[in-house]
Design a protein around this ligand. Structure first.
Ligand SMILES: [Ca+2]
Ligand SMILES: [Ca+2]
Length: 200
């Protein structure tokens, strides 16, 4: 039964799907970044993480980065089962650091105001744990492990859920989910997006 509950909750994981694809990530993120009170609020949060490193007032020329492990201590992130991969996806230097710009991009994408197709683009990157541009069996196993936490599923249950997800999502039958497969799937399984928003 647990497996079906998990599967149903996976299926409930993402109503927000779309079909538009972007070629330029910087462009699309930029469109979502509001130059407003949220930005100021986020800067205060970033500053509070390391007041000795981050100036109190925003300085454009400041080339400051904070380690991901420090940012992962934020309560809003800590409770997200995918926070580690999430932080890596938005870390532009790919060296486990985050500039304020990365930080702003991440919370902008996670906000309620962001169009769902844009969220889907980043959710796909987050769920692609081995970063090979596909969501394959091993990614699904990692994902399930993180979603179920303490409620451990048996090997058979994990295999069953993975099989069902692939059965529904793998449109071209190559045994893995491309971004196109994923976009199609989340229209039918909105749960996949439920962990992809954080209000701050
Ligand atoms: Ca993968
Ligand atoms: Ca496929």
């Amino acid at each position: 039964m647990a497996v079906f509950v998990t599967y149903c909750s996976l299926k409930y994981l993402a109503e927000y799907c779309l079909t538009k694809q972007y070629n330029n990530e910087a462009d699309m993120v930029q469109k979502t970044v509001p130059a407003n009170i949220t930005e100021v609020k986020l800067y205060h949060r970033y500053h509070a993480l390391a007041p000795e490193i981050v100036p109190r007032y925003f300085n454009d020329s400041a080339d400051i980065k904070l380690p991901l492990e420090l940012i992962s201590e934020m309560p809003e992130l800590k409770e997200n089962p995918f926070h580690q991969k999430l932080l890596q996806v938005f870390s532009e230097d790919k060296q486990d650091n985050m500039s304020f710009n990365d930080f702003l991009n991440m919370f902008s994408i996670l906000s309620d105001l962001t169009p769902q197709h844009l969220k889907a683009y980043y959710a796909f990157k987050v769920y692609d744990f081995n970063s090979d541009n596909f969501i394959c069996q091993s990614d699904l196993e990692v994902m399930l492990g993180k979603l179920t936490g303490d409620e451990e599923l048996s090997h058979e249950e994990v295999q069953l859920v993975c099989h069902k997800i692939m059965e529904e999502g793998d449109l071209d039958g190559d045994g893995k989910l491309s971004f196109a497969d994923f976009e199609y799937m989340i229209t039918r399984a909105p749960d996949f997006m439920s962990t992809f928003h954080i209000r701050i």
